[in-house]
Design a protein around this ligand. Structure first.
Ligand SMILES: Cc1cc2nc3c(=O)[nH]c(=O)nc-3n(C[C@H](O)[C@H](O)[C@H](O)COP(=O)(O)O)c2cc1C
Length: 359
C-alpha cells in the first residue's frame, strides 16, 4: 500500500490519470486542435508572467471569497462546462458537483453532460449553471431555457466558439467516437422525444448562428446569460451592447481553433472593452494557484478549470476533484500572502510585472 502523499499538484494528477484512463479517453481530454499550439500557449503565457512579492502586510487572515454574477463564491475557481464526466469516473457529474458544492464554488454543467442535467439539479444545494449552444432550432433553444429555469439553474452559459467542428488529430488517429449526448434525448413539455432526439444531433454546431441569435436568447430568459468562447475586445463590446451579463475569455482550452493567443494574453483587451459593463471570466491553462492570482491581477473576476477536473475524477472521483480544487486554493493562498494581498479585492495589476510578449 502506498504511504506517499499522493499527487501534490495538478501536473501529478494528470500524470496519474494518464496511467489510469484508456489512451483514447486520455487523448480526447488532454488534446487540442491540430498542432496544439494554443493548448501549450495557454500554459506558456501564464508561466511568462512574473509576480511582485510584497512584505510587511498583515496577511494573517486570508480571505479568498469573491462574487460572481453578484453572488458569493468561496474562492474564484469555478468548474468549466465539460461533456461526459463519466469518461473519467462512474460517478461522473454527481462526483464533480459534490466536490464543487463542498468547496463553495460554481459548477457549470455541460450540454453534453453524462447525466441528465435536471437529475443533477434535483440533488443540488450549491450553485449550478447550465451550458448550451445557440441551437439552429430556436424551439429547441426555448425548450432548453425553460428546462434550465424549471430545474433551478441560476445562469446560462452560451458556448459560441463551437459553430464549426474542430480538427483534433489525436481523435482522428485513435478513431475516437464520442458518446451520445443524453440531454438531447429528454423532451420538453409537449415534445415528442424522437423529434427532440433528431434535433439534438446538431449539437454545438450551428454554423449559421449570428449575434441576433445571442440577443434573442437573452430576450427569452430572465436568467443571467454568460457568453463563453470570446477571444477579442470587439466581441466583448458586442456582448456588452446586447446586455450579456458576463463573458468567458476562452479558446476552449485550445480545442477548437489552434494558433490563437493564450487567453491570459487576451484578457487585458477584454477588460478594456468591457469598460466595467460586464463581468470578465477566463479559462484555459489554469494549473497553479499563482495562475489564478495572475488572472485576477489582470482584471478577471474568476477563472474556470476544465481538464484538471477530469484528472481529479480519474484519480479518485469526488475526493479527487475536491483535492484538485483544494490544491489550487492552498497555492492561491500562499501566492496572495507572499504578494501581501490578504483579500481578492486587494489583488490589483501591481501584483504582476508587465506582461511580456511571448517569443
Ligand atoms: C474533455 C473536455 C470536454 C469539454 N466539453 C465542453 C463542452 O461540452 N462545452 C463547453 O462549452 N466547453 C467544453 N470544454 C471546454 C472547457 O469548458 C474549457 O473551456 C477548457 O477545458 C478550459 O481549459 P483547460 O482545460 O486548460 O482548463 C471541454 C473541455 C474538455 C477538456
Amino acid at each position: 500500500m502506498s504511504t506517499g502523499p499522493g499527487p501534490i499538484n495538478l501536473f501529478e494528477f494528470e500524470a496519474l490519470a494518464k496511467g489510469l484512463l484508456p489512451k483514447e479517453e486520455y487523448d480526447y481530454i488532454a488534446g487540442g486542435a491540430t498542432d496544439e499550439i494554443s493548448v501549450e500557449r495557454n500554459r506558456r503565457a501564464f508561466e511568462s508572467i512574473a509576480l511582485r512579492p510584497r512584505v510587511l502586510t498583515d496577511v494573517s487572515h486570508p480571505d479568498l471569497s469573491t462574487t460572481v454574477l453578484g453572488k458569493k463564491v468561496s474562492f474564484p475557481v469555478l468548474i468549466a462546462p465539460c461533456g461526459g464526466h463519466k469518461k473519467a469516473h462512474p460517478d461522473g457529474e454527481q462526483a464533480t458537483y459534490r466536490a464543487a458544492a463542498d468547496c463553495g464554488t460554481i459548477f457549470a454543467v455541460s450540454a453534453n453532460s453524462s447525466i441528465v442535467f435536471e437529475d443533477l439539479a434535483k440533488v443540488a444545494t450549491g450553485r449550478l449553471w447550465l451550458q448550451l449552444y445557440p441551437f439552429q432550432d430556436r424551439e429547441l433553444t426555448k425548450i432548453w431555457l425553460g428546462r434550465a429555469k424549471d430545474a433551478g439553474y441560476e445562469a446560462l452559459c452560451i458556448t459560441l466558439d463551437s459553430q464549426w467542428p474542430p480538427k483534433r488529430e489525436r481523435n482522428i488517429r485513435n478513431n475516437y467516437k464520442r458518446t451520445r449526448a443524453i440531454n438531447y434525448l429528454v423532451s420538453g413539455p409537449g415534445e415528442n422525444p424522437d423529434k427532440e432526439a433528431s434535433r439534438g444531433r446538431e449539437g454545438g454546431g450551428n454554423p449559421a448562428a449570428t449575434w441576433k441569435d445571442l440577443e434573442w436568447i437573452k430576450s427569452q430568459t430572465d436568467l443571467p446569460v454568460v457568453a463563453k468562447g470570446i477571444m477579442t475586445g470587439d466581441d466583448v463590446a458586442l456582448c456588452a451592447e446586447i446586455g450579456i451579463d458576463a463573458v468567458i475569455v476562452s479558446n476552449h482550452g485550445g480545442r477548437h481553433l489552434d494558433n490563437t493567443l493564450a487567453t491570459i494574453e487576451v484578457l487585458p483587451e477584454a477588460i478594456d472593452a468591457a469598460k466595467g459593463r460586464i463581468e470578465v471570466l477566463l479559462d484555459g491553462g489554469i494549473r497553479r494557484g499563482a495562475d489564478v492570482v495572475k488572472a485576477l491581477a489582470l482584471g478577471a473576476k474568476a477563472v474556470f478549470i476544465g481538464r484538471p477536473l477530469f484528472w481529479g475524477l480519474a484519480v479518485d472521483g469526488q475526493q479527487g476533484v475536491a483535492r484538485v480544487l483544494n490544491i489550487l486554493r492552498e497555492e492561491m493562498e500562499i501566492t496572495m500572502a507572499k504578494c501581501g494581498r490578504p483579500t481578492v479585492a486587494s489583488i490589483d495589476s501591481t501584483v504582476i510585472a508587465k506582461l511580456p510578449p511571448l517569443p
